[in-house]
Write a protein that binds this ligand. Structure first.
Ligand SMILES: [Zn+2]
Length: 447
């Protein structure tokens, strides 16, 4: 009995030093408040997830950081409660076209119960992973831009070209009240942007990924009309029959595109993707649907994505003639969410060869910090870059994250602390190179 009482005490005495050292080890992961990691985590704790992103604290945080390193700031508001924060580092030759770095302040929603850590607490695990919504998409670059400038200023670097950073709202919901309003504005024109950098994506290898184009999203809705009839009757041109013929034609086209990917002839982002997202038909009953009646209407929705190399007129013709033809009493509606050609009718692609001097400078800046670029890609989805390319301004998508799983929009989004810190070094090289680059004839280079 006595022994049994002493045993727990003995065990406690034996383990106490280990418990203490474990606590100490954990606290050593905590950085002081005045560090890039601390500022990154602070920004991650500001919840700007849809559907109700709170932009005011995000603007206030970023503005405070920018002012702490003597940068100029300006808040523009094209739509109430949807601010655009503009940060400026004036160059010694402000007549040269400027460099603009962009980051969106919003993020996609979360399902907190599916996360190992609360998504807005920015927990840093003992192995250095920082968990938060936005850690990869794209709050990392928002802070890295400023930290890179902080370091360059500390080294007494002076830019020749002016460097701007724009922090925009609503990218995750199409950018209609954000970049789409900002880019055509007088304020944007006054920035005289020569080159633009925006978010990219994580790379699972040790090569950085870079994106020279986005695919353009089309939301396609097709609708079939037809004579209603008894479920037992066979007749031509019922709404459902017409709809099924269309679905068959669309599936065939989808397969032709997907086969190119499967055969390794094209990347996912280089083909036209068409994916069914809903089908609506039938007459509801108390137990489900009326089964002995053929409905007079049917509707289906498709998410389509066009690479810049696709011919939009050709796809429209295919939709009108094969997927929703008049002769089958069908109608269709296409909602384009963003441009697919620039003002001169050219595909929205930024050149990634020697003919684009900005590309060469960017490429060399990456190499200067021991980095390697993977083959330039088309982004499968979209970013605000498409609005910039529409203006004929060269734009690249880039987020310096190597050896990192792609977790944007996923549960347990995280970024490794070392990867975040390396990214600051990468941007120091990029910002110093781009802002020092001067050409003999400094016309704004074409897309
Ligand atoms: Zn993003």
């Amino acid at each position: 009995m006595a022994n049994q009482q002493i045993l727990p005490l003995l065990l406690l005495a034996l383990y106490t030093p280990f418990l203490l050292s474990a606590n100490l080890a954990e606290s050593s992961y905590e950085e002081n408040d005045d560090s890039p990691i601390a500022r990154f985590r602070q920004y991650l704790r500001i919840n700007t997830a849809h559907p109700n992103p709170d932009y005011a604290p995000a603007v206030s945080f970023l503005k405070t950081q920018a002012l702490s390193i003597s940068l100029q700031t300006r808040v523009l508001e094209f739509v109430p409660s949807k601010p655009v924060l503009l940060v400026t580092w004036p160059g010694s030759n402000p007549s040269l076209p400027s460099v603009l770095l962009n980051s969106h302040m919003d993020s996609v929603p979360v399902e907190p119960e599916k996360w190992v850590h609360p998504p807005f607490s920015a927990i840093r695990s003992p192995d250095g992973k920082i968990f938060a919504r936005g850690a990869q998409d794209d709050k990392c670059i928002a802070v890295q831009y400023l930290e890179a400038i902080r370091n360059l200023k500390a080294k007494n670097f002076k830019p020749t070209r002016t460097v701007h950073i724009s922090y925009v709202p609503d990218e995750e919901i199409g950018g209609f009240d954000g970049a789409a309003k900002f880019v055509p504005s007088k304020e944007f024109e006054e920035l005289n942007v020569g080159f633009y950098l925006d978010e990219g994506q994580a790379s699972v290898t040790d090569e950085f990924r870079v994106f020279y184009a986005d695919r353009s999203p089309w939301q396609l809705v097709i609708k079939a009309m037809g004579e209603p009839g008894h479920g037992s009757r066979m007749y031509d041109n019922s709404a459902m029959e017409n709809m099924m013929k269309s679905v068959e034609a669309i599936s065939k086209f989808r397969e032709s595109q997907f086969n190119k990917v499967k055969a390794g002839m094209a990347a996912n982002s280089e083909v036209i993707s068409v994916n069914p997202v809903y089908v609506k038909a039938g007459i509801p009953s108390t137990t489900g649907f009326v089964m002995n009646m053929q409905p007079s209407e049917a509707e289906a929705g498709f998410d389509c994505r066009l690479p810049p190399t696709a011919d939009p007129d050709l796809l429209k013709k295919r939709i009108a003639e094969e997927w929703a033809p008049d002769i089958r009493k069908m109608t269709y509606r296409i909602t384009q969410t963003g441009p697919i050609r620039d003002h001169k009718g050219r595909p929205l692609m930024t050149r990634t060869d020697e003919s684009n001097p900005w590309w060469s400078v960017f490429n060399q800046a990456i190499a200067a910090v021991g980095g390697k670029l993977a083959k330039p890609e088309i982004l499968s989805s979209t970013s605000d870059s498409r609005y910039i390319r529409q203006m004929g301004i060269p734009a690249l998508g880039f987020s310096p994250m190597t050896n990192t799983p792609i977790l944007l929009h996923d549960h347990n989004e995280f970024l490794q602390d070392k990867v975040f810190l390396k990214g600051i070094e990468v941007y120091e090289s990029i910002i110093s190179s781009l802002s020092s680059f001067t050409q003999e004839s400094d016309q704004r280079p074409a897309l």
